[in-house]
Structure formats: structure tokens, C-alpha cells
Design a protein around this ligand. Sequence first.
Ligand SMILES: Cc1cc2nc3c(=O)[nH]c(=O)nc-3n(C[C@H](O)[C@H](O)[C@H](O)COP(=O)(O)OP(=O)(O)OC[C@H]3O[C@@H](n4cnc5c(N)ncnc54)[C@H](O)[C@@H]3O)c2cc1C
Length: 383
Amino acid sequence: MKYDLAVIGSGVIGTFHSYHAALKGLKVIVIEKDLFPQEASVRNFGQVVPSGFDLGRWHSYGRYSTDLYKSIQEKFDIGIRNNGSVYIASTPDELDLLIELKERFDANDYPSELLTKEQVLERYPAVNSDYAIAGLYFSQEVSAESRKMIHQLHAYLKEAHQVDFAYTSPVVEINDKGNEVEIQTSNSKKFIASRAIVCNGRDFRLLYPTIFSESNIIVCKLNMMVTKPIPEVQLQGNILTGLTIRRYESFKSLSSYKNLDWSNIDPRLVDNGIHVLFKQRIDGSIVIGDSHHYAAAATTDELGFDVDLTVTNLILEEAKNIIDLPSWEIAQVWNGFYAQISGEEEIFECFPTNNVKIVTAIGGKGMTASAGYSKESIDQFIL
Ligand SMILES: Cc1cc2nc3c(=O)[nH]c(=O)nc-3n(C[C@H](O)[C@H](O)[C@H](O)COP(=O)(O)OP(=O)(O)OC[C@H]3O[C@@H](n4cnc5c(N)ncnc54)[C@H](O)[C@@H]3O)c2cc1C
């Protein structure tokens, strides 16, 4: 069978490219090397937070993606919950940033609500009263159940849009013959399509290794953990904290950012790229992270395979300053990895041949922005 489009890689970018192509009426196949997706798109927090992006292209993709997630959820359970995001300030200078961000977003039709300390503690009783001084709440933002969403999206695409999926199929060669592309897997499967899009995440060895080794792609390793289910704790939505206010792009572009006082911030947190986020899963367990360590695409192995417990404990220590839980029993710890571009570019796009497009290195914004970005990418590639 000849497909109109083959998508290589079934993470969130590949999945939404296949969605938008199928909506155009194309016959699409998604080819995934693993038995099921198990990379960044399932290892993440699942926070869909356009408020973390400065106004512009990526913020718009995030808003589009949020609406699309909600509309798919109405038809098919993909584990999206409309429970908002809150940024909790712990110092007066962080609060200044919340106030300035609210003004900027208000002027651009992206509403939010400033919460007093009392309102934060009332809505999020687990938060420590000596941590929070105020909050900024975005009611329209959603959270995804990361371990579930991609699998459910695949099920939805098969059922509603007749997208085909081939798992356990590592693509090792793409031969562009001009009128069609021939796609070869390491286990001797062959697929034919008019065009192919490679959404390979952080795998730079199976396809186009030279292109990737010459690129300015870097890979980030993140430490994550989840508690045992504690459904008696109410911590709904995306919980972002003072260190996030100091880290996210939307805050960095504000005029009051330069006034931030860093003297009381533990340098070990800064050195390990730690900012503490929480996301309570549907079963009541609480996902806690994260940290950031980097290596070039060609030397990703240097990031190692160990979960560094020193980093895990630093995250936990800071988490305990922010919230109070009846039990801190950790059920799982894991590493997540994502590719990103160093420098000004915010995603890696390349056309190795006329009928093949590579899209990867969306960085830490893939769950928020991929659905919107992928629409534009497909519209440009498939006229
Ligand atoms: C710990 C962590 C927390 C995060 N939290 C958030 C968050 O809260 N909000 C947010 O917006 N973003 C978050 N992100 C970022 C987001 O998860 C990523 O940006 C996004 O998942 C990247 O999607 P992707 O499709 O490019 O990559 P991936 O999910 O890595 O998917 C790539 C897929 O391609 C497959 N593949 C690669 N090569 C081949 C080949 N040759 N043949 C066949 N298949 C192939 C791989 O097996 C993989 O399944 C987080 C990331 C991490 C790691």
C-alpha cells in the first residue's frame, strides 16, 4: 500500500503531524521504533502551560494546542483535565513578576487571576503558609495524563481518522526516489509513501547521523519522581513555583526580571537547573521534578543512565519547603530526555531531500506547543 504521508516517530510531534495530515484527507502511517512510545512524550509532567511562553509564535501554538486538546477530549478520553495552572510566588520580587505578567497577558486577551496568599492556601491546602505570598492562576490551561495521553491519541487516530500505526519498526533508511519515498526498517519492513516526516525526538543515530552531528542540537536530561497515591491531598492542576517564575521565558522578558534577588537561592538548585513543579495524577499520586543537565547530540551518552540521587534529594528538599504531604513515600524515580536547539532557533527543521522533512528538538515545550506547531508544519509541507 502506498501512503500519502509516513511519519517516523510516534511522540507528541509525530502524533500531531499525523493528526493534521489525516484531517486534510491524507492516508497516513506512523512508524515507531519501540513497542510503544516511551520517550519524552510519556515521561513528562504533562503541563500544558502557554503562560510560560512570551507572547508570539510559541505562545500562539500553545493556545491553539490547549483548545485542540479540549476539543479532542470532548470526543475521546485522552486524559486531559481542565484544571488550570498556578504560579506561586514566594518573595515580593517574584510577586512583582506575576503582577507584570498579568498586565501583559491581560492586554493580549489571555486572562489570569491574581490570588492572595489566603486564596492560594484555600485552593491548594497542601501549600506551606510560610512559602506562598501570592499566586497567578490561569483557569483556561489544562494538564495531560502523560503516561496515558499518547496511547489514547493513537487509539483515537486509528478509530476516528484511520491512521495506521507500525510499532517495533526502527526506520534505518529513507530513499527519496523523486515520485515517492521508500522507508526501510531494521527488521526488513518496507513502507512506501509520497512524503515522509521524521520526528525522531532524541535519536540521532538511526537516521541522518551526519546532519545531526553537524547541528547545534543538545540533549537535556531531567530527574523526575512520583509519590505513592495520596488522593486525600488536593493539588489540582499545574503547580509552578518561585524557581519557575525565575526560569520561564515569559517572566525573563519582563522589565522587573532584572530586580530579582538571588542571594537567598541555594546555588546547588541553580547549578542543577532545578525548579520545582508538581502535577497530581488522576490516581492521586504527585509527580515532582525537575532538573536540567545538558550534552551535545553527538555525545548524549555522557549524560549517563543513573538517576542521580543527590539531584533527586535536592528537588525533594525544595519540594518540602513548598508543600506539606502526609507521606513523602516515593514510588518511582526516572530520567526524561529531550532534544533542544542551542541559540536563537526554537526547533530543528531540515529537508534532507525534497520529499522528506525532519522536525525535532522542540525542547521543554512539546506537550504545550506541538499540536499547534504541527498544524503549521503540515500546512507548509503538504500544500
Ligand atoms: C521530564 C520531562 C518533563 C517535561 N515536561 C513538560 C511539560 O510539562 N510540558 C511541556 O509542554 N513539555 C514538557 N516536556 C517536553 C516534552 O515532553 C517534549 O518536548 C516532547 O515530548 C518531545 O516530543 P517528540 O515527539 O519530539 O519526542 P519523543 O517523545 O522523544 O518521540 C520521538 C519518538 O520517535 C521515535 N523514533 C526515533 N527515531 C526513530 C526511528 N528511526 N524509527 C522509528 N521511530 C523512531 C522514538 O522511539 C520516540 O517514540 C518535558 C520533557 C521531559 C523529558
